[in-house]
Design a protein around this ligand. Structure first.
Ligand SMILES: Cc1cc2nc3c(=O)[nH]c(=O)nc-3n(C[C@H](O)[C@H](O)[C@H](O)COP(=O)(O)OP(=O)(O)OC[C@H]3O[C@@H](n4cnc5c(N)ncnc54)[C@H](O)[C@@H]3O)c2cc1C
Length: 551
């Protein structure tokens, strides 16, 4: 190791860092993995994730009678990404490589490591535009059996095995504040040792330092995640095309997603591109049992809820629940108000509300078949029911006037005109009199039910919102919820970090969310969902392999 502390230093023990570490262990290299959090948070965000993976033309899809192909997936990806910048050279190359991975080796590679998937494939980001535009033409969201914890498990195990064999040193409470550079080569890191912390997984830990450290290696891999919990950074990078940055946001990620290593890498000579591309949700609800600061949960909605803006006006076509996340965000920010409303029925909530996150899906996370099967029975899943009863954003009433009155009581000012809301609800309900309709949302709901998976467990039979048999009525106030960072450190296909002049910055690699999941933004402007965990795996693997080959 030539006087170095290890062959490779990895900054960040989330999924991308663990995958890189596993590759390095396989290659017999000595690795130090640093993380600012205590051991309880090993695995980073991925532990909390729903474990949804973008796979193309999988056996699960074929069993559900979905015909998919690499060409259709690439068409969808490019239609969503909308690459239009000179600096999209590497992001586009990553996008193509990633779609090939998702249509090729991804499933078998993960299956060999023990991953399995729920048989009903989900349809996220349905798009709603034309064939070449945003959205998934077909369902591709494969929920991992065991959700987030099962996704990280094989890589945690490999890192621990590496530890047992003296190849891996996992050092928690080590916060990197600098990448050291000698003669233009990144040759180590410096930072602070933080005081021990006994907080539980995901809970914000103290930042009090008890010492300093410097470590040297032939290569450094940055896998420090995105910026989602750093609302100042989110606001600073907010793209003008999406209006003014929101004043109020919930956090869909733990506090450690602070984005600071991005600036630290830039100071060492790295190029950051597409910082204005981000992926935030518009269906955030306040967690009634928060774990991290401003903790919000994302509703993964089916298509039937009526979506109203803060003034009670229906969102325009095709901004239906689950169709176009960023299109909806852009529209909301232009309304001058940051919250919106779902109005739905008991029948809809039972079938169409999924909550993103491992802890919100104890049946899938706990691999409990009986509990999973009970999803097909009447009644909402227990975590959804808990939100309905205890969530600050939920209102349940038997009739519309009472519902709207209580909706108005929930906001600082009563912004809703009850007559306007009633007009929207009644007009929508009238469109159900025929098996055909001019209302694009009703048509989309009926279209969705042509997919077996949606019909079975995801999309309620079309019905009138005011049908008492479908009730009670439910209103949910929705907040903007930060989540993913789509831009980041510019990397080539070997995950080597580039300098602003386009040449590799020797010694530095990046992967996962810190690298915009590869290239500095392989999603372009918009994402197809389920592509982030896989992006960590694909880019983490590339970084680990390239660093192993270089040292
Ligand atoms: C609730 C939830 C649900 C999700 N569901 C899905 C899903 O279904 N499908 C999907 O594809 N994606 C999903 N995602 C997104 C996905 O989980 C993340 O994008 C991905 O896990 C990011 O992994 P990462 O390794 O790049 O970064 P992270 O998981 O953020 O890990 C980075 C690590 O770096 C450490 N670190 C940061 N700065 C420093 C520093 N200065 N010094 C030392 N250590 C540092 C952090 O403490 C952290 O442990 C979800 C995310 C959440 C939160």
């Amino acid at each position: 190791m030539n006087g170095n502390d290890a062959d490779v230093i990895i900054v960040g023990a989330g999924l991308a860092g663990l995958v890189a570490a596993a590759e390095l262990v396989d290659a017999g290299k000595k690795v130090i993995v640093l993380d600012q959090e205590p051991p309880a948070s090993l695995g980073g965000q991925a532990f909390w994730s729903f474990g949804g993976l973008f796979l193309v033309d999988s056996p699960e899809q074929r069993r559900m009678r979905i015909r998919d192909s690499r060409d259709l997936a690439l068409q969808d990806w490019l239609g969503s990404a909308g690459f239009d910048r000179v600096e999209d050279r590497w992001p586009r190359a990553w996008a193509e490589a990633y779609v090939n991975f998702a249509a090729g080796e991804k499933r078998s590679w993960l299956r060999a490591r023990g991953l399995r998937w729920f048989p009903v494939v989900g349809w996220a980001e349905r798009g709603g535009y034309t064939a070449n535009a945003h959205g998934n033409s077909v369902p591709r969201f494969h929920v991992t059996w065991g959700t987030g914890p099962a996704v990280i498990d094989p890589f945690v195990r490999r890192a621990r095995e590496g530890e047992e064999h003296g190849l891996v040193s996992l050092r928690f409470r080590h916060r990197v504040t600098q990448l050291t550079v000698t003669n233009g080569v990144v040759d180590g890191v410096a930072g602070q040792v933080l005081e021990p912390s006994g907080v539980e997984r995901g809970v914000a830990s103290s930042r009090a330092a008890v010492g300093d450290f410097t470590l040297r290696a032939q290569a450094v891999v940055v896998t420090s995640g995105g910026i989602g919990a750093n609302h100042d950074l989110v606001r600073r990078n907010w793209p003008p095309r999406m209006g003014n940055p929101p004043r109020h946001m919930l956090s869909g990620v733990p506090d450690h997603v602070d984005g600071l290593v991005l600036g630290i890498s830039q100071a060492a000579g790295a190029s950051i591109i597409n910082p204005d591309r981000m992926w935030h949700y518009t269906e955030g609800i306040q967690n009634w049992a928060p774990i991290w600061s401003r903790h919000g949960i994302r509703i993964l909605p089916g298509p039937s809820s009526l979506w109203l803006d803060a003034l009670g006006r229906r969102l325009p076509v095709p901004l239906f629940p689950g169709f176009d996340t960023l299109g909806t965000l852009e529209h909301i920010m232009k309304t001058g108000h940051e919250h919106t409303w779902f109005i739905l029925t008991q029948k809809i909530i039972e079938k169409e509300f999924a909550l993103s996150g491992s802890e919100q899906n104890p049946d899938l996370t706990g691999k409990d078949v009986r509990m999973v099967l009970s999803r097909a029975l009447p009644g909402a899943p227990a975590p959804v029911e808990a939100f309905k009863r205890k969530g600050a954003d939920f209102i349940v009433e038997k009739n519309l006037p009472d519902l709207v009155r209580r909706m108005n009581e929930l906001t600082p000012e009563p912004l809703l005109d009850p007559a306007q809301v009633e007009r929207e609800v009644r007009a929508r309900d009238r469109e159900l009199d025929n098996p055909f309709s001019k209302d694009a949302q009703i048509t989309a709901i009926r279209g969705a039910r042509n997919y077996l998976g949606d019909k079975l467990i995801r999309v309620a039979k079309p019905h009138r919102l005011l049908d008492p048999k479908a009730g009670p009525l439910i209103a949910v106030r929705l907040h903007i919820l930060t989540r993913k960072t789509l831009g980041g450190l510019e990397t080539d296909l070997s995950s080597r970090v580039l300098r602003p002049d386009g040449e590799p910055l020797p010694g530095l690699y990046a992967a996962g969310e810190a690298a915009g999941f590869g290239g500095g933004g392989m999603h372009g402007y918009r994402a197809l969902e389920g592509t982030f965990l896989g992006g960590c795996i694909f880019s983490g693997r590339a970084a680990g392999r390239a660093a192993a080959g270089a040292v």
